[in-house]
Design a protein around this ligand. Structure first.
Ligand code: BGP
Length: 493
C-alpha cells in the first residue's frame, strides 16, 4: 500500500450541519436557519414574511421580494437549528473520533457564532471559547484540526441588509472574521481552508432555476469577491503564524463527455473549466485563466476588479489544494434519453456506473482521475476533504447497524487514492464526509446518512441524539490502524 507515513486519516463536518445550538452562546443567524428541510425530489426553501405580513418561501439563491424579511415560520421544520447537537456533544464525538484513530478532524467555524451580524468589530468571546474548547479536546485525542473558515454560513444580517457576497464590503467583514480566527486560535490550528466548495456558486447555478445573464453577473462577481477575501485571508494567516498552511476547497465533480464525438469532448472540457478549474486556477495561480474571458462573454458579464484586487490575488495564493469528491457527471451535445434524477446531479445517466438513492454516481475511478489531473495541473499537495455515500441506515433490534454498502464505497475510493499515490500524486490526507451523521446540506434530511457514527435523530426533529457505532466505525478504525494496508471485510467489534 502506498499511503505515506503520517497520512492524515480522518473525517469532516460543517458547523451548520453539525452544531445546532442556533440561539446559544450569543450566536447570530445564518441562511441555513431560515432554510426548511426537503427531500430528493422536493427542494429546500428559504422562508420569509412579505411586506403585507404573509408567509412566503423561495428557492435558495432567490431574491427576497421587495419589503420582505427572512423569518422562521411556525409551520416549518428547520433541521439546522438543532442539527445533531454537536454544540453539546462535541466532547463525546471527538472521543469517538479518537477511538477510531483519527489523525485529523475537519470542521468549520460558524461565522455568526463569532460575529453575530457580521458587522461587529470584535469576536464574541463565548463563540471563541467554544471553539477553543473543541480544539483542545481534539489535541487531547491526538487529532489535528483542519478548519474551514466559511462553510455555507454567511451571517444572515449581511445577506439581508448588506447585499451578501455580491457587495465588495463583505470582503472586509470576512477578513475581520478570518483575522480573528487566525489570532484567537493561533497555535491550536495550523491547517485552514478559506471557502468550502467555492465553485458551487457558478457550477450549480443552473439548479437555482435562474440562468439569466443577470444571475451569472451576480454569481461571477460573488466569486470574485470571495477570491479576493480568500487571498487577503491567506496573506494575513501567513503573517500571524508562519506555520499556517492555508488551502482552497473545490467541489470536485469529474465531468465526462458521453461520447467520443469531438463536440462532446470540447463540451466536457468547457464544463470542467467553468465548473471546476475556474476557481482552483485563480486560487492556486493567483490570476484569472485565459478561458475566463470566454466564460464571462458567454453571459455578458463585466466584473468590478480593482488593480489592488489583482495584486492581492497574486500575493494570496494557497499552500495546498483540497476538494470534495462524491461523483462524476456526464455531458453531451446529443439527445439524452436516460437522465439522472437526483439532487445536485443531472444530465445523462452513465451506463457504466451505479447510482445512490439520491441519484449520485458511485465512481471511484473518477477520484483517481481527479487526483491525477489536479496534481498534474497544480503540483501542490492535495487532500480529499470530503467523500462518502449518503444512504439509509437500519438500526437492528440489538442496536447494531450493518452498513456493508458504506464499507464497500470507502474501500473502492481508498483503493483509488492508493493508485493515484503510486502514480506520483502528493496526497496528504483524507477526511470522509459526515464521519458522524449530520443534516444533509442538499436536502436537509437526516435519513441521508454518511456517518461511521449513527445519531438518533429523524427528519421531523424527533430523536434522543444518542450516538452509536456502525459496522463501518470498526472497519475504518482498522483501516487507519494499518495505514490503509488492510481494507478487507474483517474487523473486530
Ligand atoms: C458538499 C458539502 C457538504 C456536504 C456534502 C454532502 O457539497 O460541502 O456540506 O453536505 O456535500 O451533500 P449532502 O449533504 O447534500 O448529501
Amino acid at each position: 500500500m502506498a499511503f505515506p507515513e503520517g497520512f492524515l486519516w480522518g473525517g469532516a463536518v460543517a458547523a451548520n450541519q453539525y452544531e445546532g445550538g442556533w440561539q446559544e452562546g450569543g450566536r447570530g443567524m445564518a441562511m441555513t436557519d431560515v432554510t426548511t428541510g426537503g427531500t430528493v425530489t422536493e427542494p429546500r426553501y428559504v422562508t420569509y414574511i412579505d411586506k403585507d405580513g404573509n408567509h412566503g418561501k423561495m428557492r435558495n439563491g432567490g431574491t427576497l421580494p421587495e419589503g420582505a424579511h427572512y423569518a422562521v415560520l411556525p409551520e416549518y421544520h428547520y433541521p439546522n437549528h438543532d442539527a445533531v447537537d454537536g454544540y453539546h456533544h462535541y466532547k463525546e464525538d471527538i472521543a469517538l473520533f479518537g477511538e477510531m484513530g483519527f489523525k485529523q478532524f475537519r470542521m468549520s467555524i460558524s461565522w455568526s457564532r463569532l460575529f453575530p451580524t457580521g458587522l461587529e468589530n470584535e469576536a464574541n468571546p463565548e463563540g471563541v471559547a467554544f471553539y477553543k474548547s473543541m480544539f483542545e479536546e481534539m489535541r487531547k485525542n491526538g487529532i489535528e484540526p483542519l478548519v474551514t473558515i466559511w462553510h455555507f454560513d454567511t451571517p444572515l444580517y449581511l445577506e439581508e441588509h448588506c447585499g451578501g457576497w455580491e457587495n465588495r464590503e463583505t470582503i472586509d467583514h470576512f477578513v475581520r472574521y478570518a483575522t480573528a480566527c487566525f489570532r484567537e486560535f493561533k497555535g491550536l490550528v495550523h491547517h485552514w481552508l478559506t471557502f468550502n466548495e467555492i465553485n458551487n456558486t457558478v457550477m450549480f447555478l443552473p439548479f437555482s432555476g435562474n440562468t439569466s445573464d443577470e444571475a451569472y453577473q451576480g454569481a461571477y462577481q460573488h466569486l470574485h469577491n470571495k477570491f479576493v477575501a480568500s487571498a487577503k485571508a491567506v496573506q494575513i494567516g501567513h503573517a500571524i503564524d508562519r506555520d499556517n498552511m492555508i488551502g482552497c476547497m473545490i467541489c470536485g465533480i469529474a465531468w465526462y463527455p458521453m461520447t467520443c464525438d469531438p463536440a462532446d469532448i470540447l463540451l466536457a472540457n468547457h464544463q470542467r473549466e467553468e465548473g471546476v478549474y475556474y476557481c482552483g486556477d485563480v486560487q492556486v495561480f493567483g490570476e484569472y485563466p485565459t478561458y475566463a474571458t470566454r466564460l464571462w462573454n458567454e453571459h455578458n458579464v463585466v466584473l468590478d476588479i480593482t488593480e489592488q484586487d489583482l495584486v492581492d490575488l497574486q500575493l494570496g495564493t494557497v499552500d495546498f489544494y483540497t476538494f470534495s469528491y462524491y461523483m462524476s457527471n456526464v455531458v453531451t451535445t446529443h439527445k439524452v434519453t436516460d437522465t439522472v434524477k437526483g439532487n445536485f446531479s443531472a444530465g445523462a445517466r452513465n451506463e457504466y456506473l451505479t447510482y445512490s438513492d439520491w441519484g449520485w454516481a458511485t465512481d471511484a475511478t473518477g477520484l483517481q482521475w481527479f487526483l491525477e489531473s489536479a496534481y498534474d495541473r497544480y503540483q501542490l499537495p492535495l487532500m480529499v476533504v470530503e467523500n462518502g455515500l449518503g444512504a439509509y441506515d437500519t438500526v437492528e433490534a440489538d442496536g447494531s447497524i450493518h452498513d456493508p454498502f458504506r464499507i464497500d464505497y470507502y474501500r473502492q475510493h481508498i483503493e483509488a487514492m492508493d493508485k493515484a499515490i503510486e502514480n506520483g500524486v502528493d496526497l496528504w490526507g483524507y477526511t470522509t464526509w459526515g464521519c458522524i451523521d449530520v443534516v444533509s446540506a442538499g436536502t436537509g434530511e437526516m435519513r441521508k446518512r454518511y456517518g461511521f457514527i449513527y445519531v438518533d435523530m429523524d427528519d421531523e426533529g424527533k430523536g434522543s441524539m444518542a450516538r452509536s457505532r456502525k459496522d463501518s466505525f470498526y472497519w475504518y478504525k482498522k483501516v487507519i490502524a494499518t495505514n490503509g494496508a488492510d481494507l478487507s471485510d474483517d474487523f473486530e467489534k
